[in-house]
Design a protein around this ligand. Structure first.
Ligand code: PGA
Length: 250
C-alpha cells in the first residue's frame, strides 16, 4: 500500500500576519509540487492573509489549529469548521496534547471536534499520545489506543482522517522517540484502525509522527513502515528546516 507522505507544520502561538505570510511564501517557493502533501497551520488571525498570498500555490494546504464542536452560536472566542473552510482551510488539527493538557480537552470533546470537522468539510488531523508518566508506567498503548478508539468509533469517514501520534514527552523537548519505538506505536495504531475501518481502509490512512521532528532525524522516522510523515512544531517555523523535512519525506 503506497501512502502519500504528509508533512504538516503547526505554528502554534507564533508569528504576526506579516511574519506568517513571509514564512508561507518562503515555504511555497521551496516546495516542489507533487509527491508530498504539505500543510501549514498558522494562528487564526493570519489565516485569511496567508490564504490569499498562497493563491498561486495550490500545493500547500491550510489547517486550523483547533475547531469548536458546534457550527455557530453563543460560544465566545471559538472558531467553527464552516468558518475555517470559509477562510480557505482544508484541514484542522484536533486533540493536540496542548489542548488536552492546558484547555482540558477530553476524549469526548476531541471526538465532537472530529465530527464537526467532517461535517464542515475539513479533514481532521487528530492527535494522540501518552505523557512521560504514562509511558513509564507501561501504559503507552492503553492511553494511545483509548484516545484512538474515542476518535474512531462508528466514524463513517474514518478512512479520510489523518492521525498524528505525538508522545507528549517528545513535544518541544528536543527528545525525539527512537524510530523503532515510534514504529511500534504506529503499527499498533494501524492495527486498531483496522478493527474500526477494516484492514484495507486502515492501510490507506496516514499516521504521522510528531514531537521534536527536525531535518536531521526525519529520515530515520520516515523510513519506518507505518510512519507516513510528520506533524512538526518548532522546526516548521523556519522555512529551510521545514523544507528539509519535506524533502526527507519524498
Ligand atoms: P515540536 O512540536 O515539533 O516542536 O516538538 C510538535 C507538535 O506539537 O505538533
Amino acid at each position: 500500500m503506497m501512502r502519500r507522505p504528509f508533512i504538516a507544520g503547526n505554528w502554534k502561538l507564533h508569528n504576526s500576519v506579516r511574519d506568517s505570510v513571509a514564512l508561507a511564501l518562503a515555504i511555497a517557493e521551496g516546495v516542489k509540487p507533487g509527491e508530498v502533501d504539505v500543510v501549514i497551520a498558522p494562528v487564526f488571525t493570519s489565516l485569511a492573509m496567508v490564504a490569499s498570498s498562497l493563491n498561486d500555490a495550490p500545493h500547500i494546504a491550510l489547517a486550523g489549529q483547533d475547531v469548536h464542536w458546534e457550527d455557530k452560536g453563543a460560544f465566545t472566542g471559538e472558531v467553527s469548521a464552516p468558518l475555517l473552510r470559509d477562510v480557505g482551510c482544508r484541514y484542522v488539527i484536533v486533540g493536540h496534547s496542548e489542548r488536552r493538557q492546558f484547555f482540558g480537552e477530553t476524549n469526548d470533546v476531541v471526538r465532537r471536534k472530529v465530527d464537526a470537522a467532517f461535517r464542515g468539510g475539513l479533514t481532521p488531523i487528530a492527535c494522540v499520545g501518552e505523557t512521560l508518566e504514562e509511558r513509564e508506567a507501561g501504559k503507552t498503548l492503553e492511553v494511545v489506543l483509548g484516545q484512538l478508539d474515542a476518535i474512531s468509533k462508528d466514524l463513517a469517514q474514518l478512512d479520510q482522517i489523518v492521525i498524528a501520534y505525538e508522545p507528549v514527552w517528545a513535544i518541544g523537548t528536543g527528545r525525539v522517540a527512537k524510530p523503532e519505538d515510534a514504529q511500534a506505536v504506529h503499527a499498533a495504531i494501524r492495527e486498531r484502525l483496522a478493527v474500526h475501518a477494516g484492514a484495507e481502509k486502515a492501510a490507506a490512512i496516514r499516521v504521522l509522527y510528531g514531537g521534536s521532528v527536525k531535518a536531521d532525524n526525519a529520515k530515520g522516522l520516515f523510513s519506518q513502515a507505518d510512519i507516513d510523515g510528520a506533524l512538526v512544531g518548532g522546526a516548521s517555523l523556519d522555512a529551510t528546516s521545514f523544507l528539509a523535512i519535506i524533502e526527507s519525506a519524498r
